[in-house]
Design a protein around this ligand. Structure first.
Ligand code: ASP
Ligand code: MG
Length: 404
């Protein structure tokens, strides 16, 4: 059996944990399995490197940021291989360049295009545990790139797909996927199974447990994922196409405070305005989330939308730059103190009334809704950030998601 095992930053944060991971991998290896290990940078190393970059240059070139960040993952894979060596087991660490993990050139947010598997296969054949840097890639000019924060999950799933692995295990510091973040919702319950689509929505909407592109990729290539704890041996959550148990109406509630609301007020009410606005943002790789356009009046209209808070200032700058040209408007407003709260569940498709019930929960606790967006299996609302926990708990309760 070929297994890909990915461990996040907290799982390799110090010497003791590195040895803990090494032992877990060795256990698998000794059963006769081929073991590929993907690691994140130790603890908060990526944050520390980013802070270091900003100290030197508040606006560092993106290529150099990626060059710097790759050091994080390279540190953990090398140390892991040393740990395995001291335990008497053969292993080899490889970075993105040595494997050849090909990506686009979008520094900081690159997409994987293909992985050369020859080197990995040869090392596995020589009965080594192969330890690979998560998060990083190389572009066609051999520049280092990174896949976006949390991107090591995506590296692991991509490797599992490329190597046709039998299993892809994502080890983290929680026991699996929960109905809501247990730090904020006391009676949150661990799910045994969840579908790719539900997981994709939860991941994109703020359930930090998996990188959303990793779920996208798992679905596309049919890689069955297991999310479980590196600190204990409990079963975890299986992410797959169909869940076998009776489908629940709602599988989870997620919140995301890393969101900002931007209102462009008094735009000209004519064709092409929305196109131009979002085209400028797309050119700068800025992802737009919920979009709301007002009904035109007196020849003008307003467009309101959300972006990641990290992109908020840049978004406003871009819009301001075009105000005298293609984007004439009266006013541009920015509000960072908003949060998204979402309910997700495949059961919604066949059961009306989910949105109404969610709104009822918010009404009961006096939380005002600023924006609403829905899909087949999701309802998202935008609220004042200060009410996030209250809203989460109220919604979680009204759908009876908690432990009995
Ligand atoms: N080390 C990277 C980050 O902190 C990638 C990862 O952990 O998945 O975002
Ligand atoms: Mg992560």
């Amino acid at each position: 059996m070929l297994v890909v095992k990915k461990f996040g930053g907290t799982s390799v944060a110090d010497k003791e944990r590195i040895f803990n991971v090494a032992r877990r991998c060795i256990e698998d290896y000794k059963k006769g399995n081929d073991v590929v290990v993907v690691l994140s940078a130790m603890g908060k190393m990526t944050d520390a490197l980013l802070a270091q970059a900003k100290e030197i240059n508040p606006n560092p070139p993106k290529r150099e940021v990626d060059m710097l960040l790759t050091v994080g993952e390279q540190t953990s894979v090398a140390l892991m291989s040393m740990a395995m060596d001291s335990l008497g087991v053969p292993s080899i660490s490889l970075n993105a360049f040595q494997v050849a993990m090909h990506t686009t050139s979008a520094y900081g947010n690159a997409r994987l295009k293909g992985i050369d598997t020859d080197r990995i296969r040869n090392e596995l054949e020589a009965r080594k545990i192969v330890i690979i840097t998560g998060f990083q890639g190389i572009d066609k000019m051999d520049n280092y790139t990174t896949l976006g924060r949390g991107g090591s999950d995506t590296t692991a799933v991509a490797l599992a797909a490329a190597l046709k692995a039998d299993q892809c295990e994502i080890y983290t510091d929680v026991d699996g996927v929960y109905t809501a973040d247990p730090r904020y919702v006391k009676n949150a319950r661990k799910l045994d199974e969840i579908t790719y689509d539900e997981m994709l929505d939860l991941a994109s909407l703020g359930a930090g447990v998996l990188h959303n592109r990793s779920v996208e990729m798992a679905k596309k290539y049919g890689v069955q994922l297991v999310v479980r704890s590196s600190l204990n041996t409990s079963e975890g959550t299986v992410v797959k196409e169909e869940v076998s148990m009776e489908k629940m109406l709602i599988s989870g509630v997620a919140s995301d405070k890393n969101t900002a609301l931007i209102s462009v007020i008094g735009l000209e009410d004519r064709p092409g305005v929305a196109f131009k606005l979002f085209h400028h943002l797309a050119n700068h790789n800025i992802n737009v989330d919920i979009i709301l356009q007002s009904i035109g009046r007196d020849g003008t209209k307003d467009i309101t939308f959300t972006v990641d808070e990290d992109n908020a200032d840049e978004t406003v700058e871009i819009l301001e730059r075009h105000r005298s040209g293609s984007l004439k408007c009266q006013k541009i407003e920015l509000d960072k103190s908003v949060a998204k709260v979402s309910v997700v569940g495949a059961g919604m498709m066949s059961n009306p009334g989910v949105a109404a019930k969610m709104f009822e929960a918010l009404y009961d606790v006096g939380v005002n809704i600023k924006m609403i967006s829905t899909s087949e299996i999701r309802v998202t609302i935008l609220i004042d950030e200060g009410f996030t926990n209250k809203a989460m708990n109220a919604v979680h309760d009204i759908f009876n998601l908690g432990e009995e």
